[in-house]
Design a protein around this ligand. Structure first.
Ligand code: FRU
Length: 513
């Protein structure tokens, strides 16, 4: 049984999904999907079928990336080159549930407007194509050509083996050739995946982080040429009260901090989010080219306190600017979210920074400034506004008492946000009043809470509201809470009680042509 059907889902869901999996994963079906080794980089991978989607169906995000049709999960292979942001992603070219894992592909010049491209990588004889990363090989260390785009991914075999493989593109990501010597890291079990690679100038080598799934922890490997890898070290730190979860999708990044530099290891864990289901955490620490050592802190530290930001990693080749994109969903209910003919969106892209709060590093994330390109002018929100396709709401809330903020639509569907001024917490309540929730029993969450990490007597909240999501940030991204919601129409009214609240709104124009 595939690991995704192991423990990730509830028992009744698992039964339904196993049935679907058995139907969807027969060897015969794989034979049809089988895409022979592509040796010739000029050979095209299969074209994305024309869907004719209006990109305007009920719940279709208007300012977030979604594939026009079919299932998507993790962002993969994110790399910036020649003015183009590439986003590859876990994709099922055959249907709207997890399976036939391939790398879909989309491109953008601003990380906001996206053009879907043909599927980049599909299953081969080593297995399905699981998550991974891309690098630009400026110095031709691998011998595939100067500036080749090299994709590193997990080959997930039918035999359960998760091994690491590479493919390369010399035409800017349009087509990929697989390396004849795959796998580049052999492995016998199903707990080693999601290679994220960067060039470590100080030690003159490529560093790969790999997640150990149910075995927990991260393995680090080093290489001079992206083809031959040697094991460097293993990282593991227990997470208080959360012994039983799998580690996935690591990303080791170096960040500016207090006039110097500091390393941060980002890891997604499941089922172990801030409340339940999937979540992303981080470890500030040091990396010496071999070993990552986390600071002495109480872990876990959450990157996002909502339910729907998972498997996020950063773009490669963006210099010192670090931008992350996450999968805006949660394995607890991802298979059931009521979206058709697509399933899942990415979060808005967020610029990460490391700041000091309470004498310790705090990882922050704010929506990239490129969002201004689709934003209209700010206006006082009043008690209601036009039912825009999407919008940003900015609230300045006093912290001298507790405040209740209710966003609602004309049908009375509503999302309640509480700002607990004295205890300095924000809570989001997602329940039967927010819209559709009955597609999965774990979707309703009475209260998700996160800390307000600001000093002073006011907090600014920025809410990015789309057709089926609300991403909430406190000022400078000191807290983020990302949540799916399924109201029958976008919330366009606000009511508050408690402390004084100033509210401004600006329309965000839809990104689809
Ligand atoms: C995370 C994950 C990865 C894996 C991929 C499979 O969501 O489980 O660990 O590579 O999804 O689709």
């Amino acid at each position: 049984m595939h690991k995704l059907f192991n423990k990730r889902f509830s028992i009744p869901m698992a039964a339904a999904l196993v049935a679907a999996a058995i139907v969807g994963c027969t060897p015969e079906k794989y034979k049809q999907d089988y895409n022979p080794l592509i040796d010739d980089p000029t050979e095209k991978t299969p074209e994305q079928p024309e869907t004719g989607s209006s990109m305007n169906e009920l719940y279709r995000p208007q300012v977030h990336f979604t594939p026009s049709k079919n299932w998507m999960n993790d962002p993969n292979g994110m790399v910036f080159v020649d003015g183009v942001y590439h986003l590859f992603f876990q994709y099922n070219p055959q249907g709207n549930s997890w399976g036939n894992m391939s790398w879909g592909h989309a491109t953008s010049s601003d990380m906001i407007h996206w053009t879907e491209q043909p599927v980049a990588l599909t299953k081969d004889e080593l297995g399905a194509i699981f998550s991974g990363s891309c690098v630009i090989d400026k110095d031709n260390t691998a011998g595939f050509g100067k500036n080749a785009m090299v994709a590193l991914y997990t080959s997930a075999g039918d035999d359960g083996k998760q091994q690491q493989s590479i493919a390369y593109s010399t035409d800017g990501g349009k087509t990929f050739a697989r390396f004849g010597g795959n796998p580049v890291i052999k492995n016998d079990d199903d707990n080693l995946r999601d290679p994220k690679v960067f060039w470590h100038a100080e030690s003159g080598k490529w560093i790969m982080s790999l997640a150990k799934g149910w075995k927990k922890g991260i393995e680090f490997y080093g290489s001079q040429d992206l083809k031959t890898w040697s094991h460097l070290s293993t990282f593991f730190t227990p997470l208080a009260g959360r012994p039983d979860l799998q580690w996935e999708c690591p990303d080791l990044v170096q960040m500016d901090y207090k006039g110097g530099k500091k390393w941060v290891l980002i890891v997604s864990v499941n089922p172990g989010g801030p409340i339940l289901g999937s979540g992303t955490l981080y470890f500030p620490g040091e990396f010496d080219g071999i070993t990552f050592t986390a600071d002495e802190r109480d872990y876990p530290l959450w990157l996002d306190y909502g339910m729907d930001n998972y498997a996020g990693v950063t773009w490669s080749n963006t210099g010192s600017r670090l931008v992350m994109l996450g999968w805006m969903n949660n394995w607890s209910y991802a298979g059931n979210v009521p979206c058709d003919p697509w399933r899942s969106a990415m979060t808005l892209p967020r610029e990460l920074k490391l700041v000091e709060f309470d004498g310790k590093p705090l990882l922050t994330g704010t929506v990239v400034k490129e969002i201004d390109g689709i934003a209209k002018e700010w206006k006082p929100a009043g008690s209601s506004w036009e039912a825009f396709d999407a919008y940003q709401l900015r609230l300045t809330v006093g912290l001298d008492q507790n405040t209740t903020i209710t966003l609602s639509n004309e049908k009375g569907e509503k999302l309640v946000v509480e700002v607990y001024g004295t205890s300095r917490l924000v809570a989001v309540k997602r329940n039967a009043s927010t819209g559709k929730v009955n597609f999965n029993g774990t979707f309703s969450v009475p209260s998700m809470q996160g800390p307000i990490c600001v000093n002073g007597d006011k907090v600014t909240l920025d809410l990015f509201v789309d057709q089926s999501s609300v991403e909430l940030f406190t000022q400078e991204g000191t807290l983020s809470m990302t949540n799916l919601v399924f109201p029958s129409s976008i919330y366009n009214q606000i009511q508050t009680s408690g402390a004084s609240v100033e509210a401004q709104v600006r329309e965000l124009s839809r990104i689809w042509k």
